[in-house]
Design a protein around this ligand. Structure first.
Ligand code: 5AD
Ligand code: SF4
Length: 431
């Protein structure tokens, strides 16, 4: 390939954002620079998400918007990567013939071969059992915090979810390779890492399970904070809770998707826990780590969700008092069990339920944040904006804005002077 400029647009989760960093790592190693506009690029990459129809539609409209560029410049290469690429493969190419390559999440490394013109194939979607062992350079988007993949794929088969079909079976990355990457990050000045996996608490490499992995990472010099996403409630063990409690670098925050408060719906979703079991684990967490912040995902309008089921989700939010939630309208995904269930819920009811749930949670989040006013929080400064504001996060993952120029990468104690729904304001206290 002749050109040397690449444009990448990313849709979806942190896993996808990190895959983009890896793709950019490959492009950079081949002498490419990243550009901000597709019209300046020789290669355009869409790293796609299939989790909900909306994400897929956004990608399709972005793709449509660059069709004219390909007409003007037939040399322009278009690569579709990520979860839609994996799911649709050849079908996508039939529908949109101006796509040049289709690359699923297990085949990112094939970009190197494409750039070296070593390949005549257009579609790379074979499952790759060895993806957890492949080393790919990454161009990190941030210089204070970094994502680190610890596992790939998912075996849970939640009835609504497309991920097992897009990211394949669960595979854990070898422990030594993870530790080596994090040691290097520590040496290069990174302060925080977030371990990524669809279900991090089922990590295992030989005798090393997820709590043991956290203990090992906790020893690595330079790294000050360890976070991880996402945890499945069924695998949240007392051992993990103890690791969060006793490993000083592991932050007091857990993202623990509940999805629904009704046991009937949880069963239909194939979540493998009841609301009572989930709530018991919340109690364990809060007993062991009183200040822990807990966030969650909720789906409204899952098939057969009656008013009384939805009411149970409302009651769950009232009882648990999450620090924050992401809430979604159920989106039927082709190939999943839930898409074929009877009793699909109308768009109108889904929208009403979403509005209601977000309104309730906003109040809870605001009330919980208000409790932090006057407290002292340890903040890692991540960014600085133009108005001399520094922005960072508490260990519990709340955003704090401070009206001083502090310097990214510093960890300081901050007094919270005002709480808003989505952020806190703080001031430096004399150390
Ligand atoms: N429809 C709506 N939300 C979904 N999620 C996953 N699949 C779907 C779907 N088909 C949500 C879940 C998950 C989060 C990442 O996205 O809440 O935890
Ligand atoms: Fe991430 Fe799931 Fe979207 Fe794939 S489908 S990008 S795994 S959220």
């Amino acid at each position: 390939m002749k050109g040397r400029a690449v444009y990448i647009k990313t849709f979806g989760c942190q896993m996808n954002e990190h895959d983009t960093e890896r793709m950019l790592g490959i492009f950079e190693s081949k002498g490419f620079i990243e550009v901000e506009e597709p019209k300046k690029a020789d290669i355009v990459v869409f790293n796609t998400c299939a989790i909900r129809q909306k994400a897929e539609q956004k990608f399709l409209s972005s793709l449509g918007r660059i069709k004219h560029l390909k007409k003007k410049n037939p040399e322009l290469k278009i690569i579709v990567a990520g979860c839609v690429a994996q799911l649709q493969g050849e079908k996508l190419l039939d529908r949109v013939p101006y796509i040049d390559y289709i690359i699923g999440p297990d085949n990112i490394h094939m970009i190197e071969n494409i750039l070296e013109n070593q390949i005549s194939n257009k579609i790379f979607t074979d499952e790759n059992p060895l993806v957890a062992n492949i080393k790919i350079p990454a161009k990190r988007m941030h210089h204070v915090k970094a994502w680190v993949n610890i596992m790939y794929g998912c075996n849970n088969y939640c009835a609504y979810c497309v991920v097992p079909y897009t990211r394949g079976r669960e595979r854990s990355r070898p422990v030594e390779s993870i530790l080596e990457e994090i040691r290097l990050l520590g040496e290069s000045g990174f302060k925080e890492i977030t371990l990524l996996g669809q279900n991090v608490n089922s990590y295992r490499d030989g005798d090393i399970d997820f709590p043991s992995l956290l203990e090992k990472i906790n020893e690595i010099k330079g790294i000050e904070r360890i976070r991880f996403v996402t945890s499945h409630p069924k695998d949240l063990s007392k051992r993990l809770i103890n690791a969060i409690k006793y490993c000083d670098k592991v932050c007091e925050h857990i993202h623990l998707p509940l999805q629904a408060g009704s046991n009937k719906i949880l069963k239909l979703m194939n979540r493998k826990y009841t609301y009572e079991e989930y709530f018991e684990k919340i109690c364990w967490l809060r007993e062991a780590i009183p200040d822990i912040s807990i966030t969650s995902d909720i789906i409204v309008g899952f098939p057969q969700e009656q008013d009384e089921d939805f009411e149970k989700t409302i009651n769950a939010l009232k009882e648990i008092q999450f620090d924050g939630i992401f809430a979604f309208k159920f989106s039927p995904r082709t190939g999943t069990v839930a898409a074929k269930l009877d009793g699909q819920i109308s768009e109108e009811v889904k929208s009403q339920r979403l509005t209601e749930i977000l309104k309730l949670q906003d109040k809870i989040t605001e009330r919980k944040n208000k409790l932090l006013e006057g407290t002292i929080q340890e903040v890692l400064i991540e960014d600085k904006d133009e108005e001399e504001y520094s922005t960072g996060r508490t260990r519990t993952n709340k955003i704090v804005k401070i009206a001083s120029d502090i310097g990214t990468g510093k960890i300081i104690n901050v007094k919270i002077i005002k709480a808003h729904r989505h952020s806190l304001e703080g001031e430096i206290i004399k150390q």
